[in-house]
Design a binder for this molecule. Sequence first.
Ligand SMILES: C[S@@+](CC[C@H](N)C(=O)[O-])C[C@H]1O[C@@H](n2cnc3c(N)ncnc32)[C@H](O)[C@@H]1O
Length: 222
Amino acid sequence: MSRRHRYLEPEQAARVYDRIGRWQDLGGFYEREAMGVMLDAAELGSARGVVEIGCGTGSLAASLLGDRLPAAATYLGLDVSPAMVERTRRAVEPFADRAEVRLVDGRSPWPIADHSVDRVLAVYVLDLYSPEATDAFFAEADRVLRPGRLIAVASLTHGARGVSRAVSAMWNGAWRIDPHVTGGCRPVDLEPHLPSTYRRRLDTVITTWGVSSRALVLQAPA
Ligand SMILES: C[S@@+](CC[C@H](N)C(=O)[O-])C[C@H]1O[C@@H](n2cnc3c(N)ncnc32)[C@H](O)[C@@H]1O
């Protein structure tokens, strides 16, 4: 398999998550802590419009709309997997007047007007992306964010030492053999892709059960 083809294309990712998506929330054991730290730093209580890329099962969407966002804030979830879009639509049914979920192709610009949202969230999604797709993610986030607003990301990252280093090496090894085995995810180094004009409000690595995650909150220039 060539280097290029280790990354799942959006169509392949859609098929994988159509198949395995129902078990996605089992990853919560290593995602929860990093996601919580990231959500706290994202100051969602002052957001008016939030977009989540790769909304998955919709469990985060429901908790944002139910607990973290102001009652008037809107939520837009985007995903390439029709099954995941259906799951998120069911999860946000109680908030139908201010929540929308759309199927995207993972290649086109997001269906969002320029400088129209306050937060762009991506939780364990960039670890599926190719380097080119990661650059495109940050360019799109920059296009849709209002000045001074926030990108909030949690993703797998490389463990620095000991058990976490061994776990991330094993994970990477499995991904290299067949990315389908890991749902297309592997530890990634986001550093070369981060927009240099953004201020880092949060940048931390949290290791849970040997799995290292990076939580980032980046603020757009005012
Ligand atoms: C590992 S799951 C994470 C789901 C959810 N954010 C969570 O933390 O439980 C990755 C999700 O991203 C979606 N996805 C993958 N590539 C995408 C893309 N290019 N655009 C939008 N969604 C994508 C998948 O269909 C899947 O729902």
